[in-house]
Design a protein. Structure first.
Length: 367
């Protein structure tokens, strides 16, 4: 057999025997994969019917779950899902970025539930300690003597001064509560705006209202006055938006002794002298530190970690607010367990949408 005949024979074997055999094997593999997918879907559907714990929005609205924790979880996931999906599916450079996102986000939720449980337990311990103190027998004291007539005037002056300072403190706390409520509304609008609003712009708008507070004809001023704000309350709201911290955390200290607020104000005054580029660099440095703390020792791609950090800050309140509403231990356990499970399912489904494992179709040459 010459070389030409050998080549023709080899081509014949490849075309007529090997290629059809490979095609048959490929089709059988595709059928096997289809059967596997069908079986998995049936198993998952059975589990969903059995436990009714996988979040499906259309069904959830019509069929409340018998466990309150799951119903609260459904609402939290419904609110947080758009942000989670958008942030996750922006990571298209590599699967390592998305793996890092998934690991850091799920770890953050584990820590969140642990922290909420710890804070709740601490609050309960304080309540018990307070009850025991109230129930304790009153301690014996030495016999008290009546003050001299000359001391009465001094005592009355001290009491008047104390009452005045308490009145000022109550006014400040009242304004802080009003500012806290408005701050939460404004920060929710900022989060829901998808980046079209930011805290600095909102602080500037409130600052304008504060500068025109005596103008009753100004509709914005009138709106804030109707909410109960005075000038002190607006100053608290501006400071909260600038520092992006709820006034309920820091605004209840005496103003004269509020070292943290004084330092924060000085820092903000200094920042106004920086250029926008310098402000951006400083903000980036601060974010980098927070993101490193957020990783909590987890390894992984830093881009995915940073994206998970931003996502967690966007959706954390949806989950923590709903969890804190629960007082039943079984509701809490169901919320935590199935919350982590459903978050993992969501992220897996978003991964499949980005990189589906599909075989390329066999397109034959029509000639």
């Amino acid at each position: 057999m010459n070389h030409k005949d050998e080549k023709l024979l080899r081509e014949f074997v490849r075309r007529e025997i090997i290629k059809p055999s490979m095609q048959i094997l490929k089709e059988e593999k595709q059928k096997e994969n289809a059967v596997r997918l069908w079986v998995r879907s049936q198993i998952r559907e059975f589990q969903e019917r059995e436990f009714n714990t996988v979040i499906n929005e259309a069904k959830d609205m019509a069929n409340p779950h018998p466990n309150t924790g799951i119903n609260k979880l459904r609402d939290a996931i419904r609110k947080g899902k758009p942000s989670i999906k958008t942030k996750f599916q922006q990571l298209t450079t590599s699967s390592e970025q998305r793996d890092s996102f998934t690991n850091h986000l799920l770890a953050a939720f584990v820590r969140l539930f642990d922290q909420l449980d710890a804070l709740s337990a601490e609050g309960n311990a304080e309540d018990v300690a307070s009850d025991e103190t109230l129930a304790a027998e009153p301690a014996e004291t030495d016999t008290l003597e009546a003050p001299d007539d000359g001391d009465i005037d001094d005592i009355e002056k001290e009491l008047d001064s104390l009452l005045e300072s308490l009145s000022l403190r109550e006014d400040r706390e009242s304004q802080a509560r009003i500012a806290s409520k408005q701050y939460r509304k404004m920060m929710k609008s900022i989060r829901d705006s998808g980046g079209s609003l930011d805290a600095e712009e909102s602080a500037e708008a409130v600052r304008d209202v504060l500068s025109n507070f005596d103008e009753d004809g100004n509709p914005q001023t009138k709106n804030y006055k109707n909410m109960g704000f005075d000038e002190e309350g607006l100053r608290i709201l501006v400071q909260s938006l600038e520092s992006e911290s709820d006034p309920s955390v820091w605004a209840f200290n005496d103003k004269d002794n509020d070292v943290v607020s004084d330092e924060l104000t000085a820092e903000k005054e200094a920042s106004r002298n920086l250029t926008q580029v310098e402000k951006d660099v400083e903000k980036k440095k601060s974010q980098d530190k927070e993101r490193e703390n957020f990783s909590s020792g987890l390894e992984g791609d830093s881009t995915g970690r940073n994206q998970a950090y931003d996502t967690f800050n966007l959706v954390q309140s949806y989950f923590s607010d709903a969890y804190l509403d629960l007082n039943n231990e079984n509701d809490k356990e169901m919320y935590k367990k199935w919350g982590l499970y459903n978050l993992k399912l969501l992220l897996d489904s978003y991964e499949e949408e980005l990189s589906p494992d599909l075989d390329a179709p066999d397109i034959k040459n029509p000639n």
